[in-house]
Ligand binder design. Structure first.
Ligand SMILES: Nc1nc2c(c(=O)[nH]1)N[C@H]1C(S)=C(S)[C@@H](COP(=O)(O)O)O[C@H]1N2
Ligand SMILES: [Mo]
Length: 256
């Protein structure tokens, strides 16, 4: 069994310069949901270590129904402070649509009904937040690759940016955003999820859709997605680091 210290030094080795940030979160691990059931086993450490040396195309571990956490908590925004979003939520997102644009041949808008009509993937996976908690949840959604195929990315597109509804400042500015590269965007387990644990995705967990990027840390899994933009660089977006937390100093590649 790895001890907490093993885990901590592992995270420190992985995170390098941002280690202190992660360490602060790790101090809270003992009071968190990290350890129940298989979460204390060597399994994750081994697979995490392997991910450093094996292909990024490898699959994240999938679990079974009996492994599901009793609850999947909400973290960060639980209800976007955004009148436009709240109006969409009031009618269960009947008028919401996902805009896919930027460096694409075919900019599109897809309604929730259209996304739900596309081929679906269901996966039970573990979510790891750097604040020191983990939870296993079941996600159903459409593969991001399917959506991108409809929009036809241009050859110059290098990253996929998720623009979210929730402002991170009280004045409504600095909306949450995140990004991944084309390889992670096309990974089979990268899905735009509209269901969690067999029910419609709750607002607290990112309704109407949130992305799952299963081999990355929790902060990459953007909730309340309104728009997907394909870009060649992040220079024109916020502070240019590819994500809200990256702009605050977190690592862009949050692989585990
Ligand atoms: N739009 C948006 N996406 C977000 C966040 C957020 O505050 N806003 N928090 C991130 C973090 S740090 C984590 S751990 C997960 C939490 O997802 P959950 O609320 O389903 O637990 O969402 C991520 N995606
Ligand atoms: Mo997180």
């Amino acid at each position: 069994m790895p001890t907490r210290n093993d885990r901590r030094s592992f995270l420190l080795r992985m995170t390098g310069a941002t280690g202190t940030l992660f360490l602060a979160g790790c101090e809270r691990l003992s009071r968190s949901e990290w350890f129940p059931k298989i979460l204390g086993s060597t399994e994750k450490l081994t697979s995490a270590a392997q991910h450093l040396v094996t292909s990024r195309k490898s699959m994240a571990q999938e679990f079974s129904e009996k492994d599901l956490s009793p609850t999947f908590r909400s973290n960060g925004t639980a209800s976007p402070n955004n009148p436009e979003y709240q109006a969409l939520a009031a009618t269960h997102f009947a008028d919401w649509s996902l805009q896919v644009d930027g460096l694409v041949e075919n900019p599109i808008k897809l309604t929730l009904a259209q996304l739900r009509a596309m081929p679906a993937r269901t996966q039970i996976t573990r979510h790891d937040c750097v604040e020191g908690w983990s939870a296993i949840g079941k996600w159903k959604g459409v593969q991001l690759a399917e959506v991108l195929a409809l929009a036809k990315p241009q050859a110059t597109a290098k990253y996929v940016v998720f623009h979210c509804a929730d402002p991170m400042e009280d004045d409504g500015s600095h909306k949450y955003y995140e990004s991944v590269d084309m390889e992670d965007a096309h990974h089979p387990q990268t899905i735009l999820a509209y269901e969690m644990n067999g029910a419609t995705l709750p607002v607290a967990n990112g309704a109407p859709i949130r992305v799952r990027i299963e081999r990355q840390l929790g902060y990459k899994m953007a909730k309340y997605i309104m728009r997907i933009e394909l870009v060649e660089s992040f220079a024109h977006i916020e502070r240019g680091k590819g994500g809200y937390w990256e702009d605050e100093g977190y690592q862009w590649y949050a692989g585990i």
